[in-house]
Design a protein around this ligand. Structure first.
Ligand SMILES: [Zn+2]
Ligand SMILES: [Zn+2]
Length: 307
């Protein structure tokens, strides 16, 4: 699996950063992409990657601000011509997303050649898709803004070949039965398959935040996450100023990651006041001040593999 950042700027695009869009590639679990936010020009960014729009299966919009949304109508329209024909797409977003899309498509006389399902989310909503649990929580951003927490399914532990061989069960098609079934009958004896498998590997927890200032729902989204994608519009300076604008300061993100025991924090939605050289320098300052904070500040097209 991997996370690919297609836009990492706050509010306005810059020459270095496009507006918000983050892709989750679910391979090998699922042969599809999920997209979180769709800032303007997201489809241009996608053209620079190996992402095929036909494999884009779900889109999650965090909130209705333009830097997270204005690329969506163009993306949905282009998908009709770029491999999406007859392939369903589900769109999740705040109240209003349905009217926004239906009105835009209607007034521009755009027709999609695939089924589009639009789901308007609310606080504490839970969905289960392809064994992935999606938990939604409301944040604090002046307008309704949501975070999406994905809990991936546990994967089965590997077969314990040594133990099987001790029983006289040698590699062959029978091993498939030990992977697939609860009990296996072999040469007249019945075995409990789980005794011959290593412990199941817990599923990853990946959490994607919309714009927000600190609030208690953040903890529900971040708790024990393997990867947290979170905004930090402000990477230095006046901590409280960021809250006046309903955004987060790096100190807020560090605090959330520490108390929630997040393993890796990926920071996006960086103010357009920072050029890449500033970001590089500020990263060093943050690293020196918080040596236990495992983080990266995303840039456009940064790709992070998740094992
Ligand atoms: Zn924003
Ligand atoms: Zn916003």
């Amino acid at each position: 699996m991997e996370i690919i950042f297609l836009g990492t700027s706050a509010g306005l695009p810059t020459k270095e950063r496009n507006t918000q869009a983050t892709v989750l590639s679910l391979e090998p679990l699922l042969n599809e992409f999920w997209l979180f936010d769709a800032g303007e020009a997201v489809q241009h960014q996608i053209l620079q990657t190996r992402i095929k729009l036909g494999k884009l299966r779900r889109v999650f919009i965090t909130h209705m601000h333009g830097d997270h949304l204005f690329g969506l109508p163009g993306l949905l329209s282009s998908r009709s011509f770029q491999g999406g024909e007859n392939k369903p797409l589900t769109l999740y977003g705040p109240a209003g997303i349905k009217a926004f899309i239906e009105t835009t498509l209607k007034l521009s006389e755009s027709r999609l050649n695939y089924p589009l399902e639009i789901v308007e989310v609310e606080d504490a909503a839970v969905f289960k898709e392809d064994d992935i649990t999606i938990k939604v929580h409301l944040l604090a951003h002046g307008i309704p803004s949501y975070g999406y927490r994905l809990e991936l399914p546990a994967s089965q532990g590997r077969l314990l070949q040594d133990k099987l061989e001790k029983e006289g069960i040698m590699p062959g098609p029978i091993y498939r039965d030990f992977k697939m079934h609860d009990t296996v009958e072999y040469e007249g004896k019945v075995y409990r398959a789980q005794d011959y498998r290593a412990e199941a590997v817990p599923g990853k927890i990946l959490t994607f935040f919309g714009d927000t200032m600190p609030n208690s729902n953040e903890d529900l989204l971040a708790e024990q996450a393997d990867v947290m994608v979170h905004e930090s519009t402000y990477l230095e300076g006046d901590h409280l100023l960021s809250h006046q604008y309903h955004h987060s300061h790096i100190a807020d993100v560090v605090s959330l990651a520490e108390r929630s025991q997040v393993k890796l924090t990926l920071i996006n939605h960086v103010s357009n006041r920072y050029h890449q050289q500033d970001v590089t320098a500020l990263s060093e300052v943050i690293r020196a001040e918080h040596p236990d904070f495992n983080f990266r500040i995303a840039h456009d097209f940064m790709t992070v593999k998740i094992d």
